[in-house]
Design a binder for this molecule. Sequence first.
Ligand SMILES: [Fe+2]
Ligand SMILES: [Fe+2]
Length: 303
Amino acid sequence: MKFIEPVSQVMRIIDTPDGAYSKKLAAKVVGVEGLCTFPVVAQMVLNILSKEDFKMSNVSAIIQRDPALAVKIMKLANSAFFSRGKQVDSIDKAMVRLGKASVVESVCAVATMNMFPDVDGIGKQIRDHCASTAAICQSMVSDLLPSHKSGAFLCGLMHDVGKLFLISAGESLYATMPVMERQKADASVPVERATLGYDHALLAAQLLFTWQFPAPIAAVVALHHEPGLAYQNEDVGYVVAMCRIASQVDRQLAFGVEMETEEFVERIATGIDGEFAAVSEDYLLGKWNDLAEARNQALSVFG
Ligand SMILES: [Fe+2]
Ligand SMILES: [Fe+2]
């Protein structure tokens, strides 16, 4: 299997000399593909949109072939994340309102989350964490660097989806991690690499590439636990930093029992991610209630 470049970059660092871990990752990608089928309709939509001369009316006609997908896309189109104030009442209008980049983003988002309708326990916590991180990430990027807004929601949503794939494939490694340990930034990665030979970020990135997600999304997902590599590229690095910060903000909002908000925002602003993306303490404190509200909205769309 040929890995996408950001996945290869990380595997070159963590693999054994005989490439055993790359083989394990390739086998798991194939295994998950067999278990979790990316909806055919979503695949057709992404295919059409990848062509220069696509017609939006063709896109909405295809989406309407899958009523469950269409309903959720409408809900997302009318949510604060994609609507620009006015509500739409048909998928045709929703497609026109959203425009190409946001149609790609919302189809990918809904189709992927639909793969995990019945998760409970740890799976449900991870799904909610993905949805919340998407909202927080998009909200911060819209404020601080609007030119990078497109894709920020999807990057946040997909960043930890690899953990859901691992759970779906029967891996039980999260169940044996203490709850507070599981919540810490980057904590699951050494456990995954030691147990499996790869991590959730690499697995998800390669799968998203297979399903024709936009390349920058797969790159951000692949590198979200490798800031040292990610920050060598300004564009990918910026969204990686915002995903990493959003992920920690969600945990603070959900389980903020270990430290006060002031202490938390200081730690973020002076950490590698806050410094790279120039996210200040004042910004985070002033924005705190809005981020909590964005998080609640995401949970109502995807929860
Ligand atoms: Fe992660
Ligand atoms: Fe996360």
